[in-house]
Structure formats: structure tokens, C-alpha cells
Design a protein around this ligand. Structure first.
Ligand code: DWN
Length: 415
């Protein structure tokens, strides 16, 4: 790896070099690289964003890896900003604590613990908790909330340090972080080392089946190195003596999948039927065929044309448009489609950290959500489309007063 970038020449799961590039989103800044006003005149680092299919195991992954220190040391995405996300985590914590009979002797480790939102739930239920996250700014919030956090990337080396200091974990969670990790074998080695023999490893990540089905091209960005389906994931965990004993599809982040792993046991695996069903869905959806990805790339270009035509027509009629949700995915869409400040006057967002900053690449100003109702622009393009229902519910007054929402994914809709 140069200090900034490494080209991916072999699959990070199976090592195959038979990689087929199917989508090139051009070069753009990292999607959470929000800027202060005084940085707008300075040059921005831009990196290639392109996706490839491993023709051997089926893993979809980026063609390069940006040094994680550049992306994750000062990280602006805060878990607690979206109610739906917190509800998702709250239900999970209660269900898991009860089903796995966790108690005050149970250590729960969260890989990519962010602001400690998930671990706070387990702590309140009486478990011992430990966060692991490289983002100094977020670990500070977590520690202020009473969540001990190791500020480092997770892998076998970190697992050995943690096991030495805290003992083995009964539960290791990794929500929306596995896709961000380059060395998956190091991740699984670390989990295998840290997890107790009767422990559970639970991960949740966006599901490739939903991404392809719903045209969610904007969830492809530099932070997300891999886009998982079950076939390559099982190929990976199998090498570390894990099996999937629980599986759930989740309507979060455009469609995710939650997997419960335990060490392989002779016992009947009740999840086998669901696994086989989803694996057959993946085959039927053509997830392991090049032609599916050629079609996917074509649909992205059609969406680009259709949305740009619609926004241009609106502007020609002297109407005003803003963005809603300064999401990482929104920065991919605006950069790839070339939607800048001449189209979107500003973007409203609930995250205090992001307000007053500008989006990477397109330099669109970010304002508090309250501005939508006080300013009443004609249209609001929901860039955080995965939370469209929550947003439109919150902003009923805006539509009552004649404002219109535009939802771009999976198909363009005006509401
Ligand atoms: O993997 C990741 C995914 C899961 O989340 C991270 N790498 C980064 C992040 O991606 P994102 O920034 O696209 O995430 P969200 O959660 O889809 O972004 C939502 C944005 O919308 C946040 O900035 C908060 C904002 N928001 C808002 O302004 N009002 C969200 C809601 C629900 C709202 O009501």
C-alpha cells in the first residue's frame, strides 16, 4: 500500500485473481470527508471508486483500499443520529441479552463501537462491556458515556491484548463495520481468539441481494470495501470453524442481514433451512453471474440521466431544491451525478457535527433540519433515502405547506 492507497489484485476472501470490474463511479473524495468553510479553496484528495466481482467465490469488493487511518481516525458518522438505527439496536440488545442469558460475568465486545450506543444498552442490562474503535473523537464520546473503549483497529493483535486484559468475550458484535475491514482473515482470527468456546459472534451488514435488487449504487463507497452475500461469507467463516446458527434480514440501511455465529457443533443447525433458501435466492438473482452486474451498472447510468433531467426541469421552472440527510451515500450520489450547489441550495441534517460544514466534492452547505420548514424550498431530495419514512413523518408540516420530497432510490419518486 502506498501511504494512502492499495490496489486490490486478489480477492480478500479466497485469494483468486479472477476479478471482473463492473462499475466505475469515477474519482471522488471520501464520503465522510466533510469540510469546514476555510478548507473549500484547498485541493481535496480524490480516490478512484470502482467495484469488482470475484469470479471464484462471488465477493463484490472495491478495486482499491484507502488507508483506514485516513478514513476512520476522525469519524463523523454517529450511530445515535437515527431513531430507526437506535430502535434496531435496542431491540437487538434486549433480545440477545435474554436469549443468550448474559449476566454480570459476560463480557460483550463491540467491534466498531462508534459512540458506544449499542454497548450502553448491554451495560444497562448488566453485562460487562468493551468498545473497540479507531476513531478518537467517537471513543471520547463513548468514554464520557461510561463505555470503556480501546482506540484501535480490531484484528488478532488487538484480540490478544484484549484477552490478556479483560478475558474472553461471551458475545462479540460487529454492526456495519465488517464491510470496512480489509483483512477479513485477521478479523476472523481475532474473533476466534477472543470469543469464548460457547460464545456468539453477531454481525450485521448491508446485504448485496438488496443492493443489487434496489439499485443502491450509492452505498458503494470508499469505506465499504466489501459487499457481502452469503456464499463468500460462509466460505470465509468456514475456515475459522464457525457456522451461522441464526439469520435475519433487516430493513435498515437499504436492507441488511444479521448473522449469529457459533463454533461448529455436531448439533442440528436450525438455521440451515433459511441459509439454503437465501443461497438459492442469491443464485436466482444472478449474484454470481457477470451479466447481472453489467445490467446493474446500466441501471445506475439510467438513474443518473433520469434524475438530472428531473432536477434540471425543476430548476428551469425557477423552483428551489435542497437535500435532506448529509449521508455518506448522498455524497456518492451527488459527486457521481455532478449535483452541486447550483442544483441543491443546501442539505439539512440532524447531526450537530455536520451542521455548518460542507459536503466533500460538491461543497454543498449543511444546515440544521429546522431550516426546511423556516425556508420552505419547493423540493427536498432525500439523500438518506434509507430513512425516508422517518424523515417524511418528522417533516409532515413541510408537505402540508406544499413542500415535495424526491426519493431517488430504488426508483425516483416525488411525494
Ligand atoms: O456503514 C455506514 C453506514 C451504515 O452509515 C457508515 N460507513 C456510514 C453511514 O453511512 P451514511 O452516512 O450513509 O448513514 P446514514 O445513517 O444513512 O446517514 C443518515 C444521515 O441522515 C445522517 O447524517 C443523519 C441524517 N438524518 C437526518 O438528518 N434526519 C437521519 C435521519 C433519520 C433524520 O431524521
Amino acid at each position: 500500500m502506498s501511504k494512502e492507497l492499495k490496489t486490490v489484485k486478489k480477492c480478500r476472501i479466497c485469494g483468486s485473481q479472477k476479478l471482473y470490474e463492473f462499475l466505475d463511479l469515477g474519482v471522488m473524495p471520501i464520503p465522510n470527508g466533510f469540510l469546514k468553510k476555510d478548507a473549500l479553496s484547498k485541493p481535496e484528495n480524490k480516490y478512484e471508486l470502482a467495484c469488482q466481482l470475484c469470479e471464484n467465490c462471488g465477493l463484490v469488493h472495491l478495486t482499491n483500499v484507502i488507508n483506514p487511518k485516513i478514513m476512520f481516525t476522525d469519524y463523523l458518522y454517529v450511530t445515535a443520529q437515527a431513531k430507526q438505527m437506535l430502535n434496531n439496536l435496542t431491540h437487538f440488545a434486549y433480545q440477545t441479552h435474554k436469549n443468550f442469558k448474559l449476566d454480570s460475568s459476560s463480557l460483550v465486545c463491540d467491534i466498531g463501537s462508534n459512540d458506544g450506543s449499542l454497548l450502553s444498552l448491554f451495560k444497562n442490562l448488566g453485562a460487562k462491556v468493551l468498545g473497540i474503535d479507531p476513531a478518537k473523537n467517537l471513543a471520547k464520546i463513548a468514554k464520557e458515556n461510561g463505555i470503556p473503549t480501546e482506540v484501535r483497529l480490531f484484528g488478532l493483535k488487538t484480540a490478544k491484548i484484549i484477552k490478556e486484559r479483560y478475558g474472553q468475550a461471551k458475545l462479540i458484535t460487529a454492526f456495519n463495520v465488517v464491510a470496512h475491514i480489509d483483512n477479513l482473515h485477521d478479523l476472523l482470527s481475532g474473533v476466534s481468539h477472543l470469543l469464548s468456546s460457547d460464545g456468539y459472534f453477531i454481525t450485521e451488514f448491508p446485504y448485496l441481494l438488496d443492493l443489487i435488487k434496489n439499485n443502491e449504487f450509492d452505498t458503494i463507497y470508499h469505506e465499504h470495501l466489501s459487499y457481502f452475500s452469503l456464499k463468500p461469507w460462509i466460505y470465509l467463516i468456514d475456515k475459522y470453524d464457525f457456522e451461522i446458527t441464526g439469520i435475519q434480514r433487516r430493513h435498515i440501511h437499504g436492507g441488511s442481514i444479521r448473522l449469529i455465529h457459533q463454533r461448529k457443533r455436531p448439533k442440528k443447525n436450525i438455521a440451515k433451512k433459511t441459509l439454503n433458501y437465501l443461497l438459492s435466492l442469491e443464485e436466482t438473482a444472478g449474484l454470481y453471474e457477470k451479466k447481472s452486474y453489467i445490467q446493474f451498472a446500466q441501471e445506475v447510468l439510467c438513474l443518473k440521466t433520469e434524475l438530472l433531467n428531473m432536477l434540471t426541469d425543476i430548476k428551469k421552472k425557477k423552483k428551489r431544491i435542497v437535500g435532506y440527510g448529509a449521508a455518506a451515500k448522498g455524497n456518492v450520489l451527488t459527486n457521481f451525478f455532478g449535483i452541486n450547489n447550483s442544483i441543491l441550495d443546501y442539505i439539512v441534517d440532524s447531526t450537530p457535527y455536520k451542521q455548518g460544514l460542507y459536503t466533500p466534492g460538491m461543497h454543498i452547505p449543511i444546515k440544521p433540519e429546522e431550516k426546511l420548514l423556516s425556508d420552505m424550498p419547493n423540493y427536498a431530495l432525500i439523500l438518506a433515502w434509507n430513512f425516508a419514512d422517518e424523515i417524511m413523518e418528522k417533516q409532515r408540516q413541510y408537505t402540508k405547506k406544499g413542500g415535495k420530497f424526491i426519493i431517488p432510490i430504488p426508483k425516483i419518486r416525488i411525494i
